[in-house]
Write a protein that binds this ligand. Structure first.
Ligand code: HEM
Length: 376
């Protein structure tokens, strides 16, 4: 039991979870949280070991889809996401997604940011709307033809959170239905030659159509809150640590992604008994992997608690590791850098920011507000 205590499932949205993470790493890098019935792992080497282990999988085998959404359209999407599945059957689509994202030409990013960042865009829209609109446009999803697309994505991600209310889940279900109908129509239409969407359809020929549809939605929904959080955390880091103009802006964004990640943790489920750091994990156990704690592990990054834009040997688990690592990592960093660059050129950093973190079990996503307002 570590000497500094926070409920591990509220740490992500806690004002300052890092002393707790440090206490965990130093005193109990693998410990069983009796109250929440979950193993909590905080050291980088141990987390990477579990992420690579075939004995740990991304969903509990008895609950491939969260019980709260079983039988809804949201479950149709969730059940087919490569992020939520293991095994050979999902490999061809996973590889097609990785290849098409890696081949993406991002030269037009500055123009896309200008297109989607209207002058009156507030900080909420800047973080929650602009990145996903830019991504959708870049991938060839033609978001201007259906402005509701962004709202559906926002509503759909509610089904990914264990904190969602019944109303959130009902909204996610409606959004899932709309998204499936929209993407079905999109695939039936003329796809922009050379777009990720066109390449993906070509590369995944023969793959299950429903799986392709679900994973197209997955590309937007999986980046939505994570990128909103990264951009928001960049604005906070600018205020708290400043930025060196002698170094590329990308290095600032990468350091924020390491230092104060928007995805603070992820989970695994044990399918075969295993021993780690002297602890016996049993089949059926759940494990919380504290990616944000690992990034500051001294054995992983020297002086991990220091914000250092100029790090030359930066290492990070913010985008995962092993067979489920994020195929959108480079893209997320580029989109965030392009938006931040445009924002700073237009607005500078005038007013001191005020924020609180959105309630979340794994995301660190700030909501900004002014002196007069409550956080939206
Ligand atoms: C700052 C932004 C982002 C962060 C912090 C982030 C983080 C992550 C993490 C931690 C994982 C691994 C989860 C696990 O292993 O449990 C992951 C997986 C994934 N991410 Fe991202 N992501 C971001 C943006 C994106 C973008 C822009 C895309 C798509 C264009 C994307 C698509 C995916 C997909 C498809 C997976 C599942 C990969 C698999 O299971 O094989 N992400 N992401």
């Amino acid at each position: 039991m570590p000497s500094v205590r926070i409920h591990p499932l509220v740490a992500a949205a806690h004002v300052h979870p890092y002393p707790y993470y440090a206490a965990l790493r130093n005193e109990a890098p693998v410990f069983f949280d009796m109250e929440h019935k979950i193993w909590v792992v905080s050291r980088a080497d141990l987390i990477m070991q579990l992420m690579q282990s075939p004995h740990c999988v991304v969903r509990p085998p008895k609950e491939p889809v969260p019980a709260a959404i079983v039988g809804t359209p949201a479950a149709e999407i969730f059940a087919r996401l490569i992020r939520m599945n293991e095994g050979q059957a999902h490999l061809p689509l996973k590889q097609a997604i990785q290849c098409s994202l890696a081949r993406l030409d991002t030269a037009c990013l500055p123009q896309l940011v200008k297109k989607w960042r209207s002058a009156e865009c507030d900080l909420y829209a800047l973080c929650h709307f602009v990145p996903v609109a830019v991504l959708a446009d870049l991938l060839g999803f033609a978001p201007d033809t259906r402005p509701e697309l962004m709202g559906w994505i926002a509503d759909f991600v509610a089904c990914l959170s264990p904190l969602s209310s019944e109303a959130d889940l009902a909204g996610a279900s409606v959004a899932a239905q709309c998204l499936l109908a929209h993407f079905t129509l999109l695939l039936e239409g003329d796809l922009a030659q050379g777009s990720v969407l066109a390449n993906l359809v070509q590369d995944s020929e023969g793959a299950d159509r429903q799986a392709l549809l679900a994973n197209l939605i997955g590309l937007l929904s999986q980046s939505y809150e994570a990128t909103a959080g990264l951009l928001g955390n960049c604005l906070i880091a600018l205020q708290q640590h400043g930025m060196s103009n002698d170094l590329p802006l990308t290095s600032f964004v990468e350091e924020v992604a390491r230092f104060d990640p928007s995805v603070q943790n992820t989970r695994r489920f044990v399918v075969q008994d295993l021993e780690i750091h002297g602890q016996q994990l049993r089949k059926g156990d759940a494990v919380l992997l504290l990616l944000a704690a690992a990034n500051r592990d001294a054995a992983f990054n020297a002086k991990g608690d220091d914000f250092a834009q100029g790090r030359t040997d930066r290492r990070s688990l913010s985008f995962g590791h092993g067979r489920h690592s994020c195929p959108g990592q480079t893209l997320a960093i580029k989109i965030t850098t392009a938006i931040l660059s445009d924002y700073l050129a237009q607005e500078g950093m005038a007013d001191p920011l005020q924020w609180r973190y959105q309630a979340s079990a794994n995301g660190r996503i700030p909501r900004f507000f002014s002196h007069q307002e409550k956080a939206i």
